[in-house]
Design a protein around this ligand. Structure first.
Ligand SMILES: *[C@@H]1O[C@H](CO)[C@@H](O)[C@H](O)[C@H]1NC(C)=O
Ligand SMILES: *[C@@H]1O[C@H](CO)[C@@H](O)[C@H](O)[C@H]1NC(C)=O
Length: 354
């Protein structure tokens, strides 16, 4: 090999090394600036930043995915829309067992319910998803596929601002959307057992929704059960253990700025109190290896409930998914005992698929 060739090789290598070193220091610079500036940014734009971080309608949403075609996600489902308020329209899927033939020409949720709910004791599950993505996000589609294979009817909506749903999310707004859909179901199916299944942020939405139903919807039949998958204790605890917070709180000024911003952002989810208070059976399912909402939230809830829930109310049950199952925050449907758990929920007793 000539001396010349060795030299060009060397230059190429050092060029690559330079880029990598620059990139490395670039990342360090960005992270450090973020850690230093976070409290200042929170003091000025805390309301906006926390709302955007809480309702991550922008994250993991791929606008080129056609949400109107659930069959693209290997689901036997109808896609429909409901206007829940002036200027607010929410998209949803009504997922059915594969044995049910869907008539895609039916225009509304009510039409579909009239068509497929042919018995008063068939449970209907409302699925309330977490803070990012859409009703289609792969692990949610997997969850519906597994649940519907047990014979369940599931209605999964995208709150306002998510996916192809129109509007701007807020705590009051997303709860309003869920209540609207609940009322549509109740109108067509006044007797059917309704179960709400919330995941992650959706556990907070579920609890506010239930609270409203139990206090304000006095004339309708109440839901029979609530499943909270990977719930958070309350907004403050959720914020404290959130992965990004764990980095940013290196800065001693961060936590107080974040907590102050939280108060103005109106992101109030007192899950622990609502769990203690709601008069229906509640099942909590949490993975030991949850990295987003760590497992200790389940224990915090358990301890709070022990001292605050009236002994005469229906019981709360905590189901722990072991670390070894490696289900994390999003994949509890893949747990080997998932079917056993679901068929054991008395309020989810499935009817034989006809
Ligand atoms: C709906 O949108 C229109 C046009 O953007 C606006 O003028 C109107 O105030 C909105 N209505 C509500 C209830 O938000
Ligand atoms: C019940 O409805 C009233 C009036 O719409 C509302 O102000 C209140 O917050 C509702 N209660 C609950 C628990 O959501």
């Amino acid at each position: 090999m000539s001396v010349e060739k060795i030299c060009t090789k060397k230059t190429k290598f050092s060029f690559l090394k330079k880029i990598l070193i620059r990139w490395f220091f670039g990342v360090i610079l960005v992270v450090t600036s973020l850690i230093i500036l976070a409290p200042v940014l929170l003091r000025s734009y805390g309301d906006l930043i926390l709302t955007k971080m809480f309702f991550q309608t922008w994250s993991r949403y791929y606008p080129w995915i056609d949400l109107s075609k659930p069959d693209l996600f290997r689901l036997n489902a109808a896609n429909v829309y409901e206007q829940t308020e002036a200027n607010v329209t929410v998209g949803m899927w009504y997922i059915l067992p594969s044995t049910v033939k869907i008539d895609q020409n039916l225009p509304t949720l009510a039409d579909h319910l009239k068509q497929y709910v042919n018995s008063n004791d068939l449970p209907i599950i409302m699925y309330l998803h977490g803070q990012d993505g859409t009703r289609a996000t792969h692990y949610r589609s997997n969850h519906y596929r597994v649940m519907s294979s047990f014979g369940n009817h599931i209605i999964a909506l995208d709150y306002r601002g998510y996916g192809d749903s129109v509007g701007v999310p807020s705590v009051h707004g997303v709860v309003h959307d869920v209540l609207h859909v609940f009322n549509v179901i109740r109108k067509v199916c006044p007797e059917n057992p309704i179960v709400i299944w919330g995941h992650s942020m959706g556990t907070g939405v579920s609890l506010w929704t239930m609270n409203n139903i139990f206090q304000n919807h006095t004339k309708v039949k109440k839901p029979v059960g609530l499943v909270l998958e990977a719930p958070f204790y309350n907004t403050i605890e959720g914020l404290v253990s959130y992965p990004l917070t764990r980095v940013l709180k290196i800065n001693p000024y961060f936590m107080q700025a974040a907590l102050d911003a939280l108060t103005t952002a109106k992101l109030d989810f007192p899950n622990n109190e609502l769990i203690s208070f709601l008069p229906l059976p509640i099942v909590i399912i949490h993975s030991e290896d949850d990295a987003i909402i760590p497992y200790h939230h389940a224990h915090l809830i358990e301890n709070y409930v022990k001292t605050h829930r009236d002994k005469n109310l229906p019981p709360i049950r905590l189901i722990t998914v072991p670390r070894a199952a490696r289900c994390g925050h999003n994949h509890i449907y893949s747990y080997s005992k998932f079917q056993e758990i679901v068929s054991d929920l008395s309020f989810l007793k499935r009817l034989p698929v006809s």
